[in-house]
Write a protein that binds this ligand. Structure first.
Ligand code: C5P
Length: 237
């Protein structure tokens, strides 16, 4: 079996505190077919210049800044990020229908000028939030799982291309959305990796079987002695 054939569905989370560390990892992974995820940590050190540098190395880029603001501000920020060349970007679904619809519209309009329309996906409920926090701190009476699924439905109605969701929620979201709706799943751990601080983990194969479209994998690859080999070993059963 060609174990590299799924690499285009792997998004490696470059959770490192600077440009040099990010580029070192990117060079090792270059040519493998995987995506790279730039999150708040790396972005806080490098700004958008990093996106252009990683794109120049040939990677599709998921910019994971989880935008959440009034619709006009989100729309304008998204236009800027599309011009930077991102291939995927995300917003918080709890920003509401109008914010998501405006984000989807901005991506479409700005992307078509560049003849390359990126994907825009929604964050439902952070997986770091417990059911108790959700109900008691936020005062939301709905069951957390039902809330996640309802937000995913709203995201689809607003025209987003997909959502970030744990593999545990993927099955339910897949059931209520169209097959092309993207489900991007963190919390992936191959059998040979430790769990780190992730509570509910699934293997890459289990996540794909649950309906995930893309797998976000960080430490099992980025902290490996040989990150390239770790990427290839994701697909070993
Ligand atoms: O190292 P690890 O594989 O746990 O990294 C997972 C990545 O996915 C991190 O960048 C983390 O911030 C992100 N993420 C997550 N859970 C979510 C959303 C994003 O672990 N619900």
């Amino acid at each position: 079996m060609d174990v590299t054939k799924n690499n285009h569905r792997v998004i490696v989370a470059l959770d490192v505190p600077g440009r040099e560390e990010a580029l070192a990892l990117a060079r090792v992974l270059q040519g493998s077919g995987c995506w790279l995820k730039v999150g708040l940590e790396l972005y806080s050190y490098t700004g958008p210049a990093m996106i252009r540098e990683l794109k120049a190395l040939g990677f599709p880029i998921f910019l994971d800044l989880k935008l959440h603001d009034i619709p006009t501000t989100v729309e304008r920020a998204i236009r800027g990020f599309v011009q930077c060349g991102v291939d995927m970007i995300n917003v918080h679904c709890s920003g509401g229908y109008d914010m998501m619809a405006r984000a989807a519209h901005a991506v479409q309009e700005e992307g078509s000028k560049l003849e390359r329309v990126p994907k825009v996906i929604g964050v439902t409920v952070l997986t770091s939030m417990s059911e108790i926090q959700f109900n008691q701190e936020l005062g939301i009476q709905r069951n957390l799982r039902d809330h996640v699924v309802a937000l995913a439905k709203l995201a689809a109605q607003a025209g987003l291309d997909g959502v970030v969701a744990s593999a545990m929620e993927a099955r339910e979201i897949r059931r209520i959305t169209q097959p092309e709706f993207l489900i991007v799943t963190p919390g992936i751990r191959p059998t040979w990796s430790e769990a780190h601080d992730q509570m509910r983990v699934l293997t890459p194969f289990e996540a794909l079987a649950a309906g995930s479209s893309y797998l976000v994998v960080g430490r099992p690859i980025t902290r490996a002695e040989d990150p390239r080999q770790a990427l290839e070993r994701l697909w070993l059963k």
